[in-house]
Design a protein around this ligand. Structure first.
Ligand SMILES: [Zn+2]
Length: 260
């Protein structure tokens, strides 16, 4: 396969990939996944993602996930600015709101999101957004800032989708779309997402696509399985795999200002 895919969200610094980076990246390259965005969820994983990105010529984000919002301290802006000064860092995030798990208090989540949006605006960088059961607050807060970005791993409803699209955001779709049960709503919304605004991501090691055949022995997802996300979207849109692959790669390059 020669079609170049970009995995717009990989948690490569997750311990599940420890000592497996080379083989995982090799399988990704064999599957056509030539570029990937490594996700930082807190300062430590942002630093680890940056080191991995440097070592393997990849790209990464720097930020604090809403789950970890309570770990943000007064030096957050300073630490993220330092990280973002490296050319491999192309977005601020993963940042956002998660009212589904509530691992950090909601007022802390909102405050830490606002600080990262303000920083992204100052640095003129895109944001990598996470939102679960919080689209009203997310949209209200986004309206306070002038930022571009991607709403990663979208799992919301039609109204939220339309409002995010009106806001000019890209929509990240993961292997959630390959789940015949909990992915049903997302599957029905795929035709409503313009191909020009779509990014595809695995969110590995999480969200193993349920369409993989034969079913892998390990539950660990990895970037080489991005092809299953791409194929599922092509099937739902009634277009070719190569069309989805080409356009999502182009979208990634445009949003994050990277050359092909
Ligand atoms: Zn997320």
């Amino acid at each position: 396969m020669t079609i170049e895919l970009v995995d717009a969200g990989v948690n490569l610094s997750n311990h599940q990939f420890d000592e497996h980076h080379d083989e995982v990246l090799q399988r990704a390259a064999q599957a056509g996944v030539k570029q990937m965005l490594l996700i930082g969820c807190d300062i430590q994983s942002s630093q680890a993602s940056l080191q991995l990105a440097k070592r393997h010529s990849l790209l990464c984000t720097s930020g604090i996930h809403p789950h970890d919002a309570k770990t943000a301290d007064i030096s957050l802006e300073q630490q993220l600015t330092l990280l973002a000064s490296h050319p491999e860092v192309v977005a601020i995030g993963e940042c956002g709101l998660d009212y589904n798990r509530d691992f950090s208090p909601r007022d802390v989540q909102r405050a830490v999101l606002r600080r990262q949006l303000a920083l992204a605006e100052t640095l003129n960088m895109p944001v990598y957004l996470h939102e679960r059961d919080a689209s009203n607050d997310m949209l209200a807060i986004l309206n306070e800032y002038n930022v571009k970005g991607v709403l990663h791993c979208f799992t919301g409803d039609e109204l939220a989708l339309q409002r995010y699209l009106e806001k000019g955001l890209y929509i990240g779709v993961t292997g959630w779309v390959c789940d015949e049960r909990r992915g049903e709503q997302l599957q029905s919304l795929i035709p409503s997402i313009p191909l020009e605004r779509l990014l595809i991501e695995t969110d590995a090691p999480f969200l193993l696509p349920r369409t993989i055949k034969p079913k892998p022995k390990s539950r660990r997802n990895e970037p080489s399985y991005l092809t299953y996300v791409c194929q599922q979207i092509a099937d739902l849109k009634g277009c070719e795999f190569t069309e989805v692959a080409k356009q999502t790669t182009l979208n990634f390059q445009q949003l994050f200002s990277v050359r092909g």
